[in-house]
Design a protein around this ligand. Sequence first.
Ligand SMILES: [Zn+2]
Length: 259
Amino acid sequence: MSAQYEVYAIKYAHHERNASANFLGGDPHDGPMPLDYFVWLIRGQGREIVVDSGFNAAVAAKRGRRITRPVEEGLRLMRVDAAAVKDVVITHLHYDHVGNFDLFPRATFHLQDLEMQYATGRCMAVEAMRHAYELEDVVGMVRNVYAGRVRFHDGDAELAPGVSLHHVGGHTLGLQIVRVATRRGWVVLASDASHFYANMEQSRPFPIVYNVGDMVEGWRRAQSLADSPAHVIPGHDPLVMARYPAPAAPLQGAVVRLD
Ligand SMILES: [Zn+2]
């Protein structure tokens, strides 16, 4: 492994809810099980790659989520100028993973073919399937396609030496995860392939799901791409903030270093 990168989780929002909402079929020991919302930063080899772009204040208000620190501020804490970022990976088009297009005027967005197909296709005629999509985000991505700013991927793709994208599906038809070479080995940003450690560790699917079989296979895929199960980073688990250190004292509670 020659190229190595730093990887950071930047928390931008929080949502209180109970465990029964986080597992297909509910939870017999229901109790508080909140979600954190992140964007991720991959830095090294002269590159800055942002993974997911998060939601803004308007969407937070509409969805009843609490922004703890706007995405642009979190990136600024890491000395990243969002306006200068060239590559943004969009794991999938759900409202909490895409948006804030205005922050990234120079970026190319990396998306799976199947995710755009899904978000603009027949499934979206059904409220239950489109619920986690924001029409303006999907239309915004279509505008980026027409502006020549989307690079589509079909399955696995190398973004840079030591950074690759892998289609897993499951949660949505076109969900992709990101594998990164780091000083501690291969780290996998699983995004919503597993919202919480508990989903993949206890084999209990999250209830927003396009295909349960593919979701189960996605946990295995994420773990097989990583150096160990502990190298897989779930998409929404507050435990990520507890298990990893802040890169510096002033970033406590805002950013953790994953590599
Ligand atoms: Zn999500």
